[in-house]
Design a protein around this ligand. Structure first.
Ligand code: 13P
Length: 251
């Protein structure tokens, strides 16, 4: 079996001002005091905080990532940020295809795939998000949606070195609801099967993160499910002590 190093990633979404650096500093201190052996840790603050966080996190072992990038390398795209710009600031990762971008900005699988490709070209690891809505789950279509999004959103050439998949059921994001451990296991094992079918041994070694209302009280159980190789955390990543409590699942 392939050994996969877990990743616990914090997606701050549109939260945080310059004063929020204190949380990143506190997190770095927690990790220094109580070392983490079983996972890597990543923070994805809003674009405005990437530069200060890049210097703040240097040497702490905490990685830096963006929350989105444009599919173009450069050019007339007012207000957008390219993958190369993220890389230039010190990012290693970028989230693409988050359900809030899919819903709020009309991003479809083809665009998500183009963004992941742009990330790869820039030397970033793409965290490609997929997940079903409540309607689709209630209609019994979860597995179909997951397979379609996965096939459509991952570029050819995806592999261990450049791509992670994040399963985030839309209805579990920010709601306090989570799927049962059995349901998480079912979806993650389907994702694993599809990754192996398409990418072979690379697919066997890619991280599959779970996201949606992960908190210190449920992280241990969720992270112990087969094929769950880390977490993508929203609300609970904003406070260092809470995020640290999730990281505890890997201490
Ligand atoms: P919450 O952890 O706040 O549910 O958000 C999950 C998420 O969307 C992470 O990308």
């Amino acid at each position: 079996m392939t050994e996969i190093r877990a990743l616990v990633a914090g997606n701050w979404k549109m939260n945080g001002l310059t004063e929020s650096a204190a949380e990143a500093r506190a997190l770095a201190e927690f990790l220094t005091q109580d070392a983490v052996s079983g996972c890597s840790v990543l923070l994805c603050p809003p674009f405005t905080l990437l530069a200060p966080f890049a210097s703040l996190l240097e040497g702490t072992g905490i990685g830096l990532g963006g929350q989105d990038c444009h599919s173009n390398r450069a050019g007339a795209n007012t207000g957008d940020i390219s993958a190369e710009m993220l890389k230039d600031l010190g990012c290693e990762y970028v989230i693409v295809g988050h359900s809030e971008r899919r819903a709020g900005h009309g991003e479809d699988d083809a665009l998500v795939r183009a963004k992941a490709e742009a990330a790869h070209e820039a030397g970033l690891k793409a965290i490609v998000c997929i997940g079903e809505t409540q309607d689709k789950r209630q209609a019994g279509q979860t597995l179909d949606v997951i397979q379609m999004q996965l096939a459509g959103s991952l570029p050819d050439g995806s592999g261990i070195g450049n791509t992670l998949v994040a399963y985030e059921p839309v209805w579990a994001i920010g709601t306090g609801l989570t799927p049962s451990l059995e349901d998480v296991g079912e979806v993650h094992s389907l994702i694993r099967q599809d990754l192996i079918a398409r990418f072979g041994t690379e697919g066997a070694g890619m991280n599959i993160l779970y996201g949606g209302s992960v908190k210190p009280s449920n992280a241990g159980a969720l992270m112990a499910v087969d094929n769950v190789d880390g977490a993508l955390v929203g609300g609970a990543s904003l406070k260092a002590h809470e995020f640290n409590g999730i990281i505890d699942a890997y201490r």
